[in-house]
Design a protein around this ligand. Structure first.
Ligand SMILES: [Zn+2]
Length: 284
């Protein structure tokens, strides 16, 4: 079960998303394993990407990107409007810290970039950028909403690792971007929702006998909780032989010459790890 469950509280003053990913990270990581530190940060980025993308209406592509100058130089999570997700991460393993590390130690000075590209109206591109700061990705996202959109936001993330398998997810609550209700009333409601979100325990979150709906009801039954249908998400890469051929046609013959090894050109998809091999001229 890999789902995003949307909800609103206090008659629409607040909105939220509950994300629970039982197998998604394993589906992503079965194509390529990484050191534990990388897999953890990837799991956080995936959960955050799903939370934020589901706040938006789009038919194209949502991308969360972290550009760093430390051991990890690039982390990408992209999510299509219909819930297909894929990830890619670039790092220098020799430089990675051995233990749990701060954002600074992982990315150096970095930026967090959110982009939404609409499929139909291609000129409509939304982009948000924030400096990577705070002690965690969750905190960096909270700061982004506070600073650039003036929307109070709180998120908590959970992750459980067992025998190399990762389950992850979390909860985000946000003040609705509207002028509905007095500011004071809205911030009181927000404070209450945050305290309740923080009261959620990891064991409760991962309890297999508790559905997402039950957990939210336990937390927010007194706050006019209104649930919307859950949306399922899945790993899927959009690479194809045709797309790689098109890319190769963009190189000069000298560049192609340099790419030859043992009479063929091999291209690895950075998202799913699939290898494409072409003999000379096969891409034309
Ligand atoms: Zn691929």
């Amino acid at each position: 079960m890999n789902i995003i469950l949307p909800f609103i509280l206090n008659d629409g003053l607040l909105r939220g998303r509950y994300v629970k990913l039982s197998s998604l990270m394993n589906d992503i990581l079965c194509h390529r394993r990484h050191p534990q530190l990388i897999e953890r940060i990837l799991a956080e980025a995936v959960t955050i990407g799903l939370m934020l993308s589901s706040f938006l209406k789009y038919d194209g592509l949502f991308t969360l990107q972290i550009q760093g100058q430390g051991p990890v130089t690039l982390l990408v999570v992209d999510i299509t409007g219909d819930g297909s997700i894929r990830t890619s991460v670039r790092y220098d393993e020799a430089l990675l810290p051995k233990q749990a590390a701060s954002l600074q130690e992982i990315f150096g000075s970095g930026v967090l970039v959110f982009t939404v590209d609409q499929a139909v109206q291609k000129e409509e591109r939304y982009q948000g950028i924030v400096e990577l700061s705070g002690s965690s990705l969750a905190e960096a996202v909270e700061r982004y909403f506070q600073a650039s959109e003036q929307i109070l936001t709180h998120l908590i993330l959970f992750s459980k690792e067992l025998d190399g398998s990762i389950q992850t997810g979390g909860l985000i609550v946000q003040m609705m971007p509207s002028d509905k209700g007095a500011v004071e009333q809205r911030s009181d409601a927000f404070e209450t929702a945050c305290v309740l979100a923080d009261s959620l325990r990891k064991a409760e979150f991962f309890d297999e006998n508790l559905s997402a709906e039950k957990v939210l009801f336990r937390l927010y039954h007194a706050d006019h909780l209104l649930l919307f249908p859950a949306k399922s998400v899945r790993f899927a890469c959009r690479c194809s032989s045709e797309k790689v051929k098109k890319m190769l046609r963009g190189f000069s013959s000298q560049e192609l010459e340099d790419m030859y090894q043992n009479g063929e050109i091999r291209v690895d998809c950075q998202f799913c790890g699939k290898t494409y091999c072409f003999k000379k001229g096969e891409w034309e």
